[in-house]
Design a protein around this ligand. Structure first.
Ligand code: ADP
Length: 354
């Protein structure tokens, strides 16, 4: 619409007649602010156009004669006559209903996702926690059967009991891993400013036996101070370095940890000279209980990288691997430099299981 100095409408387009429900004839000559839910605010903006010459994307709402309210963004500028004097205001209001609706829907979906994630966390925690006790019972009594009746029944019975003992034991390991996995999401500590170099050094002390046994050489760049849960960062280093020690090739492991600053985040890399990973397995290894090797060759259950990924994501980061089979692998994870203010770990902590 165009509006004169005194605020009366001088012309409108078809969209204006539609949004107001008023004919062009009746709109022209009426006060422009009558068609907004907050006429005073509309007038203030109008004054601003005169003072400043232009107004961009000012949020207002228009009301039609039948009471339908439409959210708009209001853009306006003055226009001048041939002599260069300001004659009135040219105003365009853009209907943003669809955008607002989409924003609302997105917020709702994000909330829904956070809720179902929290439910799933809680489920995994409760299931693994509560299964431990009955399983302990099965494991200890099958063991007792084995001890007390070995050689007293027949050969089949000895085998059957041995299978049951073995099965119960494997299940205990899996349940414990599952519990550790769900704890990584629900029982993290506060994020605090942490010297990652000290954390790496502490992680190396914990791995001392494995490092010496493999005759490994571990080096690192100077590492930064970052906002993390120190215990969990230590777990990440231990899992990645532990794997680099375990999956080594014919040469003794050489492992290097580096950190680079990049676009608002720190990029940590753990590089090894081990057996490597085929590119088509690069995503699969981060999934819980997924392994590429049989238990006898390299011990493990396939939980380490899943926990590592969960911890990194809880801090708002990402993790991936680049590798050449036979040459080595580089695992890289990111940690945002500023604390994540929404999503991620805050939400998770709010729903943490006790
Ligand atoms: P686990 O070590 O118990 O098998 P992880 O989740 O830590 O479980 O690792 C999953 C799989 O990814 C491993 O079984 C292995 O096949 C592969 N992998 C992980 N780290 C490396 C590495 N540094 N070099 C080669 N393969 C690796």
């Amino acid at each position: 619409m165009t509006i004169s100095r005194d605020g009366t409408i001088t012309d409108v387009n078809a969209a204006t007649t539609k949004i107001t429900g008023v004919s062009r004839d009746r709109l022209i000559g009426s006060d422009f602010s009558d068609y907004f839910t907050e006429p005073e605010k509309a007038q203030q903006v109008y004054q601003r156009v005169f003072a400043e010459g232009v107004v961009h994307d000012y949020p207002l709402a228009m009301r039609s004669t039948s009471g339908v309210v439409t959210d708009v963004l209001y853009n306006a500028s003055v226009f001048r006559n041939e002599a260069g004097l300001v004659e009135g205001v040219f105003a365009a209001a853009r209907d943003v209903t669809a955008r607002k609706q989409a924003e609302k829907e997105l917020a709702w979906r994000a909330e829904e996702l956070a809720r179902s994630n929290a439910d799933l966390q809680q489920f995994a925690y409760v299931a693994s926690h509560d299964l431990q006790e009955p399983l302990r019972m099965v494991a200890s009594y099958t063991q007792l059967l084995g001890k007390r009746y070995r050689g007293k029944l027949d050969a089949d019975a000895d085998d059957f009991i041995a299978f049951a003992v073995d099965g119960a034991h494997r299940m205990q390991v899996l349940i414990n891993d599952l519990l550790a996995y769900s704890r990584a999401g629900t029982q993290g500590k506060e994020v605090a400013s942490t010297n990652s170099e000290s954390v790496l050094e502490a992680a190396q002390v914990n791995l001392m036996a494995a490092i010496e046994e493999a005759h490994a050489v571990i080096s690192h760049d100077p590492l930064p101070t970052i906002p993390v849960d120190a215990t969990q960062l230590s777990q990440v280093f231990q899992n990645l370095i532990g794997n680099a020690l375990k999956f080594h090739g014919p040469e003794p492991p050489r492992i290097h940890v580096s950190a680079q600053q990049e676009a608002g985040e720190w990029r940590f890399s753990v590089r090894d000279n081990g057996i490597g990973i085929e590119p088509h397995d690069a995503d699969r290894i981060f999934v819980i209980f997924q392994r590429l090797h049989a238990g006898q060759e390299y011990p493990g259950t396939g939980i380490g990288l899943a926990i590592t990924k969960k911890i990194v994501e809880r801090h708002g980061g990402r993790i991936w691997v680049v590798s050449e089979p036979g040459k080595g692998s580089t695992f890289t994870f990111t940690i945002p430099m500023a604390e994540v203010s929404h999503g991620g770990y805050r939400r998770v902590r709010a729903s943490s299981a006790s």
